[in-house]
Design a protein around this ligand. Structure first.
Ligand code: ADP
Ligand code: MG
Length: 391
C-alpha cells in the first residue's frame, strides 16, 4: 500500500491549505482474469479476481463548484467547473473521472465541489484494468461523500456505461464488476450477461499468482476483437438450423456443440466457436477442481486455456506465447496463460513461492532474448474490491 502520509503531503502541495484532517482516502484494485477468456460476450462465465494493488483516491470537499484533479501518474493537473462537463481530448486522463461525474449527475446525484488526487500502482494499458479502477473508485468515493446509498453492482454498471458512452471504449462488465465486488482470497465466478455471480475461495497455499507484463502494446486488439465477436455471431446463426432459439454460444453444452459443429461450414468460424464452448467448460471444470483443492488440475486448465487462445481463437502472438512457454519451463510452475483480450498485455502464472525469484530471473531473461522486450513481474495476492481506507 502506498505511503498514505506521503500521498497526503502531495495532496496538500497540489491543492494548498494545511487542512489534512478532512482528506478522505479510497482504494479500488486492479483485476486479473484467472480463466474464461473471450467468453463474456458469448453468454459464458469469467473468473476474475481483484488484486491488492490498485488506485488510491484522496479527496477533500471544496466550498465552491469546482473540481480539482491531479494524479501522481500524470503531469496534467487542472480545475474544471461542475456544470457542463463534456469529453475533451485535451483533458486526457481527466476524462475518466469526468465521465463518472456525468453519470452520477444523470442519475440525479448533485455532486459538489472536490479536490481529488489519484495515485495508481497498476501499469496503464496492460490489461489489468487501471481504467475500471479509476472509474469505480471515483464513483464509490463521490457517492459515499454525497451520503448516497452504496450498491457496488450499480457502481460497476455506471462505470461501464461511462467507459462505453463517455470514453467510447466498447468494454464488457467484467472489469468494473471485479474491481467493485472483489473479495480478499476469493475469485468471482461471473456470468456477464445476467450478472449472476459467486465469490469462490481461491486458496493457493504455497503457490502465488505471478503476473508477467509483456510490455507489448495491444495494437491489433480493437479490430481483432470485433472480428472475433462477429465470428461468434456467425457460428450462432449457423447452429440455429438445429437450435432455433440459440442466441449465444454459451447456451450450448460442449456435447451439444460437438454433435452439431459440422453445421458451421467455415473452418475458422468453427474453431473460434470451439474455443468459446470449451473455455466455458474449462471454467466450470475449474470450479470442481478448486473445490477439491486440486491446484495442479487448475494449472492444467490454465495451460489448456492458453493453448486454445493460441491455436483456436488466435489472439496470443509471439510475446504472450513466449512468456507462457518460458514460464512452463520453470520448476514449481503449475500453470500459465495469457489474460485479457490478447495480442499483448499480461500473462498470469501459478508459481511455488520457492521458485518465484528463479521464475522472474529466468522468464525475464529468456523473454527478453527472444522478443527484445523487457518484462515486468508482479507477485499478487487477491484483495478486496473498492473501499474507504481509514488509517
Ligand atoms: P487498462 O485499463 O488496461 O490499464 P486503459 O487504456 O483502458 O488500460 O486505461 C488506462 C488509462 O486510464 C490511462 O491512460 C489513464 O488515462 C487512466 N488512468 C488509469 N489510472 C490512472 C491514474 N492513477 N491516474 C490518472 N489516470 C489514470
Ligand atoms: Mg481499461
Amino acid at each position: 500500500m502506498a505511503d498514505l502520509q506521503a500521498l497526503k503531503r502531495i495532496f496538500l502541495e497540489k491543492f494548498g491549505s494545511s487542512d489534512e484532517e478532512s482528506i478522505r482516502i479510497f482504494h479500488a484494485p486492479g483485476r486479473v482474469n484467472l480463466i474464461g477468456e473471450h467468453t463474456d460476450y458469448n453468454g459464458g462465465y469469467v473468473f476474475p479476481a481483484a488484486l491488492t494493488f490498485g488506485t488510491m483516491m484522496l479527496v477533500r470537499k471544496r466550498l465552491d463548484q469546482q473540481l480539482g484533479f491531479a494524479s501522481t501518474n500524470f503531469p496534467l493537473h487542472k480545475h474544471i467547473s461542475i456544470q457542463g462537463i463534456a469529453f475533451d481530448q485535451s483533458d486526457d486522463w481527466i476524462n475518466y473521472p469526468k465521465g463518472i461525474i456525468v453519470q452520477l449527475q444523470q442519475q440525479g446525484v448533485a455532486v459538489g465541489g472536490y479536490d481529488i488526487l489519484y495515485s495508481g500502482a497498476i501499469p496503464n494499458g496492460s490489461g489489468l484494468s487501471s481504467s475500471a479502477s479509476i472509474e469505480v473508485v471515483t464513483a464509490f468515493a463521490l457517492l459515499t461523500l454525497e451520503q448516497q446509498p452504496i450498491d457496488k453492482v450499480k457502481i460497476a454498471l455506471l462505470s461501464q456505461k461511462s467507459e462505453n458512452e463517455f470514453m467510447g471504449v466498447n468494454c464488457g462488465i467484467m472489469d468494473q464488476f471485479a474491481v467493485a465486488m472483489g473479495k480478499q482470497d476469493h475469485a468471482i465466478l461471473l456470468m456477464c450477461d445476467t450478472l449472476e455471480y459467486k465469490h469462490v475461495p481461491f486458496d493457493s497455499g504455497a503457490y502465488k499468482l505471478v503476473i508477467g507484463n509483456t510490455n507489448k502494446k495491444r495494437g491489433l486488439v480493437d479490430s481483432a476483437y470485433n472480428e472475433r465477436r462477429s465470428q461468434c455471431e456467425q457460428a450462432v446463426k449457423d447452429l440455429q438450423s438445429q437450435f432455433p432459439e440459440l442466441t449465444l454460444l454459451g447456451q450450448l453444452t460442449l456435447a451439444q456443440f460437438n454433435e452439431f459443429k459440422h453445421l458451421i461450414p467455415d473452418e475458422t468460424v468453427r474453431r473460434r466457436a470451439q474455443h468459446v464452448v470449451e473455455e466455458i467448460d474449462r471454467v466450470l471444470e475449474s470450479m470442481k477442481v478448486l473445490k477439491q483443492g486440486n491446484l495442479a488440475a487448475f494449472g492444467q486448465l490454465m495451460i489448456g486455456s492458453h493453448e486454445s487462445l493460441r491455436d483456436l481463437y488466435e489472439v496470443t502472438g509471439l510475446e504472450l506465447d513466449t512468456m507462457v512457454e518460458e514460464a512452463l519451463q520453470v520448476p514449481g510452475v503449475l500453470g500459465s496463460r495469457m489474460t485479457g483480450a490478447g495480442f499483448g498485455g499480461c500473462t498470469v502464472s501459478l508459481v511455488h513461492e520457492d521458485s518465484i525469484q528463479l521464475f522472474i530471473d529466468q522468464v525475464g531473461a529468456n523473454y527478453q532474448a527472444k522478443t527484445g522486450l523487457a518484462a515486468d513481474f508482479y507477485v499478487c495476492t487477491i484483495g478486496d474490491g473498492v473501499k474507504e481506507i481509514t488509517d
